[in-house]
Design a protein around this ligand. Structure first.
Ligand code: MG
Length: 177
């Protein structure tokens, strides 16, 4: 039987890759804050960071990141076969596999994640816009969508958590009173 890669190893590789590609957890958390602040007066950055961290701990998300970033890096080194090389390198608008991979990692977080993903993919807020700007020889065809996905998942997760907290507090106070 093939030896399985330990989850810790996958997790670390994902975190290292994100940093290598210029994405910090706080960059993603800032987008989450922007998405959720209108709905939660008590929202702080700490909660947004915690939510991004939780999404990054999901194996499915890690795998999507590993696949997508690998393809971006291979395209940068011109190591993909044609015509895929040209398609990924030029971030061909009708390619769609970048969005599909990211969307797949979002589905576990429900409808808020899916609609937020679509919004972020269009609006390209914060670090997503930076990644999409195609600076120099960098290829971020997959990464920009994957970051949309993580931010969308973390936003959805947070929305549901905030409601849980809201509903918990009054009854606890009642009981205490
Ligand atoms: Mg893309």
């Amino acid at each position: 039987m093939a030896v399985k890669v330990h989850s810790k190893e996958v997790k670390k590789a994902t975190r290292d890759l994100l940093l290598k590609r210029g994405v910090a957890v706080s960059d993603i958390a800032k987008i989450v804050y922007e998405m959720q602040a209108p709905y939660n007066d008590n929202l702080d950055m700490e909660a947004c960071i915690e939510s991004v961290e939780a999404v990054l701990d999901k194996r499915e998300v890690q795998h999507a990141l590993l696949v997508g970033i690998e393809l971006d890096m291979l395209a940068e080194k011109k190591m993909l076969s044609e015509p895929l090389q040209q398609i990924v390198e030029s971030d061909e608008g009708l390619f769609g596999c970048d969005e599909t991979l990211a969307l797949g990692s979002v589905l576990g977080y429900g409808s808020i994640a899916v609609t937020t993903f679509g919004y972020l993919d269009k609006e390209k807020i914060g670090i997503i816009g930076t990644l999409d700007s195609k600076a120099g020889d960098r290829v971020n065809t997959f990464l920009d969508d994957l970051i949309c996905g993580i931010a969308a998942s973390a936003s959805s997760r947070l929305a549901h958590r905030m409601r849980d907290l809201e509903e918990k507090e009054p009854s606890e106070t009642e009981q205490a009173g």
